[in-house]
Design a protein around this ligand. Structure first.
Ligand SMILES: [Zn+2]
Length: 200
């Protein structure tokens, strides 16, 4: 699935930051730069769904990068610097509870270690994983440059697999063929969750 056209709506408001829940930690806080504050372009109803999915107020929302067939968000695109100035490298964030749970099950089964081992012995896969890393950085750069996280993507890219949620979110946001290990994870979890079948 790819990003949809999201017209900016003047009625949207900027939400306060919530607690960090993801394992990809942002870097140290820096002095607040009002010019870099994220400006949400999503509908209030999307923000409400995101808050429900995450169990907290969403932070730094730029747009909905992928949706369930029912229209609810599956991946949110997040500003590389949050409103409080915190660098935030994970610009595609998996929000759908069913998808998050299915990915967590894959992680618990040891898939990340297997993938990381394959990267060491499959040059083609390693090259594709590196290209995914580069795409991640290029897309994030569209939202602004953040020196503290320059060259740093997320999820263990470019050389490892440390968070499948990141890879799956990237794959859902960008479509098949951009993040090969994200694509693989999606295929592996298709019986329990897939984007084309609503389980919301
Ligand atoms: Zn749905």
């Amino acid at each position: 699935m790819t990003a949809e056209n999201e017209a900016p709506e003047p009625s949207t408001t900027q939400l306060p930051p919530g607690p960090q829940q993801h394992r990809d930690r942002p870097g140290p806080r820096v002095e607040h730069d009002p010019g870099a504050a994220p400006r949400p372009r999503v509908r209030e109803e999307d923000l409400a769904v995101l808050a429900d999915q995450l169990g907290r107020e969403p932070r730094g929302v730029v747009e909905i990068a992928a949706r369930c067939v029912c229209g609810r968000p599956t991946v949110v695109r997040t500003a590389p610097r949050l409103a409080d100035g915190t660098p935030f490298p994970t610009s595609y964030y998996l929000t759908h509870p069913g998808a998050v749970s299915a990915v967590s099950t894959l992680e618990a089964g040891g898939l990340m270690a297997q993938m990381t081992e394959r990267l060491a012995r499959e040059p083609g896969l390693a090259a594709a994983h590196l290209r995914a890393h580069q795409d991640y950085l290029e897309r994030r750069a569209e939202l602004g440059e953040v020196p503290e996280i320059a060259g740093i993507s997320a999820g263990g890219m470019p050389s490892r697999v440390k968070c499948l949620h990141v890879l799956v979110a990237h794959a859902l946001a960008r479509g098949p063929g951009v993040n090969p290990l994200g694509d693989e994870a999606l295929a592996a979890m298709a019986a329990s969750w897939r984007p084309g079948r609503c389980t919301c």
